[in-house]
Every structure is written in structure tokens, then in C-alpha cells.
Design a protein. Structure first.
Length: 304
């Protein structure tokens, strides 16, 4: 079988040579292509890739015109891949290449169409990030119809049939973990201990992860819209009951209506809820707006 190895990169000039040295240990007797997708790096990632290409003609490099994000890099790699098997792997060695041979062996049979990985620990990761990550998986799995495994990585190997199915999903805002689950196919999960980045720094900030989580919620569930409807109905019912309560107190018990402080609290509460609901609706409208524009998910500056 031919193997396509897709490596999305953003400012990975230090990690890329170390990654390649480790990867080569497991490519003996395998027909392969390595597709390095440079996501608008500001360092020497492309130059380092070209140096590696001199010693390995199986390396292909795709350089974007700017930074479009990892999801665009994954999509570009999948569209360029030619192999019967396709694997996504990061260049920072947090995705251990030692699992490649086991993945290939599993996919040689007909039982599975994909082999995915997940981390059994988050050792070395900030505790606050680990907490929010676990909460994200718990919440999103209650909101969508498919299951996303807690700790799942983008590191996975797929047969061509699954890759072709993924490429049919051409939405602008992509959430690959959800897409992998949505297309189905039989997937086996391999677990591994959390690996430290071999060089460089993570490109995921807390805000970046938060936006990525929002893409997951909005892209694969309408539950936030239903929640907004339920909240609106609850607040309206509560407001109607409270109005009757105030009227009865004023008419039958000559009780003065609560004054300025309570009025400000109620207005602030209702205003906050209204803005929250508008924000939820706005997220869906914004994504609809970007989809109907039909802009490309990425632009390739040059192929090597």
C-alpha cells in the first residue's frame, strides 16, 4: 500500500529536522510520500523542508500565501494526497511516529477503516487547559449525535474511502474531530502517554482553543439555538409571573412596588440574557455568511 504522510506546519523550523529523523526509522520497505503543508510560516520552515527534500525526493511541500490555520492545512494535505492510506501527524513529535507500523498493520485487514489516537494523560499540560478540555468533550458529546473521544488527536491513519468521504465535506469553518466522527467508518483507537514538544512553542493559545471549541459547538449542533429558545421561554414565564405578583401586592396589600435597585437588577439580568441569545444567533449567522461567500479555504503560494 502507498502511504501519504501529511504534516501541517507553522513555524516548525527547529522541530522539522528532528521529526524527519524520527519518522524515517519507520518507513523502511514502505512506499510513501511526505506532504509538508506550510501554513504561512514566518521562520525558515520552507527552507528546512527544501533541505530535507534534497535527500528525500518523496517529500512534497505546499506553501500557503498566509496563515490559514491548521484546519486548512489538514484539508490541503488530504486534497493533495495520493496514497491508499493517509496519515495526519504533527511535526512537534507529540504524535509519536512509532505508532505508524501498528496503524498500517491494523488497516491491512477489512475490519477497520481508520486508526485514531488519544492521550490517556495530559501530563505537562497546564491544569486550567486540561480542565477546560475535559469539560469541552463532556459538553459537546451531550450536544451532538456522534461521539468525540476525550483526548483525541488529529493523529490518525485512514483508508482512501474515508478520505474521499471527508473531502466531500467542504464547509468553510472546519472542525476535523467532528468531521472524522460524522463521516462514520469503523475506527480503532490507540492510546499513548502525552509526549512533550520536541522543539519550538505551541501555536495554540487559550483564546485560539476557545474559538476552536466554538467552531465545534456551532458546526455540529443546533443545541445552542434550542437552549436560547428555552432560556427565552423561561425568562418570559418568570417575568409574567413576577408581574402578576407585583400587581397583587400593589392592589390588594397596598405594598409599594420595589424601587430603583430591584429595577436595575432586573433590567441588567434581562439585558444580559438578551445579548447572550443574540450572540448565539450571531455565531450561526456569521458562519452562514462565510459559507455563502464561497471563498477558498486556503490559497497556495507555491508547490515544491
Amino acid at each position: 500500500m502507498n502511504l501519504s504522510i501529511i504534516v501541517p506546519c507553522f513555524n516548525e523550523e527547529k522541530a522539522l529536522p528532528l521529526f524527519y529523523q524520527e519518522l524515517k526509522k519507520y518507513l523502511d520497505d514502505i512506499t510513501y510520500e511526505i506532504i509538508i503543508v506550510d501554513d504561512g510560516s514566518k521562520d525558515r520552515t520552507v527552507e528546512v523542508g527544501l533541505e530535507l527534500k534534497k535527500e528525500d525526493p518523496n517529500i512534497k511541500i505546499i506553501s500557503f500565501s498566509r496563515n490559514f490555520g491548521k484546519e486548512a492545512g489538514i484539508l490541503a494535505g488530504l486534497e493533495e494526497s495520493q496514497g491508499d492510506l493517509v496519515v495526519l501527524i504533527d511535526a512537534d513529535l507529540q504524535d509519536p511516529p512509532r505508532l505508524l507500523l501498528e496503524m498500517i498493520k491494523i488497516l491491512e485487514g477489512d475490519e477497520y477503516d481508520s486508526v485514531a489516537t488519544y492521550r490517556v494523560t495530559r501530563k505537562g499540560e497546564p491544569k486550567i487547559r486540561s480542565f477546560f478540555a475535559r469539560m469541552f468533550y463532556k459538553i459537546i458529546n451531550k450536544m451532538i449525535d456522534v461521539e468525540i473521544v476525550d483526548g483525541a488527536r488529529d493523529y490518525r491513519m485512514m483508508k482512501r474511502s474515508m478520505v474521499d468521504a471527508i473531502l466531500k465535506m467542504q464547509e468553510y469553518h472546519r472542525f476535523s474531530k467532528g468531521i472524522f466522527a460524522w463521516v462514520g467508518f469503523n475506527t480503532k483507537y490507540l492510546e499513548f502517554e502525552n509526549e512533550k514538544r520536541v522543539a519550538g512553542e505551541t501555536k495554540w493559545s487559550f483564546w485560539g482553543l476557545f474559538k476552536y471549541a466554538i467552531d465545534g459547538f456551532v458546526g455540529f449542533s443546533t443545541a445552542p439555538l434550542r437552549l436560547a429558545t428555552l432560556v427565552g421561554a423561561f425568562v418570559s414565564t418568570f417575568g409574567f409571573i413576577y408581574m402578576i405578583y407585583i400587581a397583587i401586592k400593589a392592589i390588594f396589600f397596598s405594598d409599594p412596588v420595589a424601587g430603583y435597585p430591584s429595577l436595575i437588577v432586573i433590567i441588567t439580568l434581562l439585558g444580559g440574557i438578551e445579548l447572550l441569545i443574540l450572540g448565539i444567533i450571531g455565531e450561526y449567522l456569521a458562519r452562514t455568511y462565510m459559507e455563502v461567500k464561497g471563498r477558498p479555504k486556503y490559497i497556495i503560494r507555491k508547490r515544491y
